[in-house]
Design a protein around this ligand. Structure first.
Ligand code: NAD
Length: 363
């Protein structure tokens, strides 16, 4: 018997273009487009007309066949069925391994279109063009793709780096306040996990960001995107621990999303998941009262609306967190904090402590 061992390293680099009012991406990145025989822009059915208009400024028609595919709104897009529909559409239109998918939308669109790109003909190139604040600071970067299964988040998915991510903050002009606030849930996470310089950028710009200030949004997108790409490049497949920090607040957050039947926006669920993690950290004796107050003030600044859509079903919550893929077989596993930038993974927290954090997070 012969045994061969090959060291496999991702052949792809993580490339991103960031800024405001970008234009004609193919002219700026000719090597990416030269060999592409067809392009398909994938967007959400509820996206405003201005979104497609801006997408066509970035990717002008002409020369190559240009197709469009519309997905159902938000989380309804993230199903195996929708991935199958997109793959069938591509096949019917003659897409080959040289074709290109351009995912243009929020995190639901980039997660689903990236997933379809990773399985269509065993993987074709795609471009991630996040158009929400949350997408530009987080979801559209780093190459994780996913669909939801059985009412739980991101249960089937792949790692498939986009050939290029394009974050054009001009897309954010049409974003409603509720989506800015949802994105700010992930923004606040960066202030809790990142280095002091990133936390200062977030604190300086948080209130202006919520008011839709263009300069503040662009400053936060560039600081957070740079940090996310750095962590993702260090730990592309989430195996070395570097990327785990990005999940802070997400175990409880994903459970809150599931308990709302997908009605609680992702970023709001994460913000409540952060509150959960802060209370659990304080109750475990990890986080002192002063740091707890300072970190909680960031979540309070979001002025979250009541989480009326979330069912207060603690037993189901326990079931969801034990089945979370980040639990790795433990009864429960949470990232807790001892202060900004200081995270600890803790397993087997007691139900009484979890209940206190559950109730406090949903207040
Ligand atoms: N892959 C990852 O690393 C990663 C990280 C974080 C979150 N996510 C996923 O991202 C998803 C959440 O993404 P989201 O917050 O962008 O929400 P979303 O994709 O559900 O979009 C929210 C809404 O914003 C609308 N929209 C998009 N762009 C717009 C624009 N420019 N103007 C006006 N409206 C616009 C959409 O049509 C939709 O109705 C979740 O499914 C989450 O699991 C993935």
């Amino acid at each position: 018997m012969k045994i061969f061992n090959y060291t496999i390293r991702s052949s792809k680099t993580m490339k991103a273009a960031l800024g405001r009012d970008l234009a004609d991406i193919p002219a700026g990145f000719p090597a990416l487009f030269r060999g592409a025989d067809k392009l398909c822009i994938v967007a959400g059915a509820d996206a405003p007309p201005s979104l497609l208009a801006r997408a066509l400024v970035l990717f002008p028609e002409g020369g190559k066949p240009h197709f469009r595919f519309r997905l159902p709104p938000s989380e309804k897009a993230k199903t195996l069925e929708q991935a199958g529909k997109l793959c069938s559409f591509l096949f019917a239109k003659g897409f080959s391994r040289n074709s290109l998918i351009i995912a243009c939308g929020g995190g639901a669109v980039t997660d689903l279109a990236g997933f379809a790109a990773s399985v269509y003909m065993r993987g074709i190139n795609w471009l991630s063009v996040p158009t929400t604040f949350l997408g530009q600071i987080d979801a559209g970067l780093g190459g994780k793709t996913a669909v939801n299964l059985g009412g739980a988040k991101n249960i089937a998915g792949t790692f498939h780096q986009p050939a290029l991510a394009v974050c054009d903050t001009a897309f954010l002009d049409s974003l409603p306040h509720s989506e800015l606030r949802s994105g700010a849930g992930e923004l606040v996470k960066y202030a809790m996990i990142g280095p002091g310089s990133l936390a200062r950028t977030v604190r300086t710009h948080l209130s202006k960001t919520l008011a839709g200030d263009r300069a503040a949004l662009t400053a936060c997108v560039s600081a957070c995107a740079a940090y996310k790409l750095k962590l993702a490049a260090k730990d592309e497949r989430d195996e070395a621990g570097a990327r785990e920090a990005l999940n802070f607040g997400h175990t409880a957050g994903h459970a809150f999303e599931a308990l709302s039947g997908g009605r609680l926006p992702h970023g709001e669920a994460v913000a409540r998941g952060l509150r959960f993690a802060l209370i659990a950290s304080r109750e475990s004796g990890l986080l002192n009262a002063e740091r707890f107050a300072a970190m909680s003030a960031l979540v309070d600044a979001l002025r979250l609306p009541p989480a009326a859509a979330v069912r207060r079903d603690f037993r189901r919550f326990l079931g969801l967190v034990s089945r979370d893929k980040k639990a790795r077989g433990a009864e429960n596993r949470f990232l807790l904090t001892a202060g900004p930038g200081r995270l600890r993974a803790v397993e087997g927290l007691k139900p009484a402590l979890l209940k206190k954090a559950f109730e406090g997070a949903l207040k």
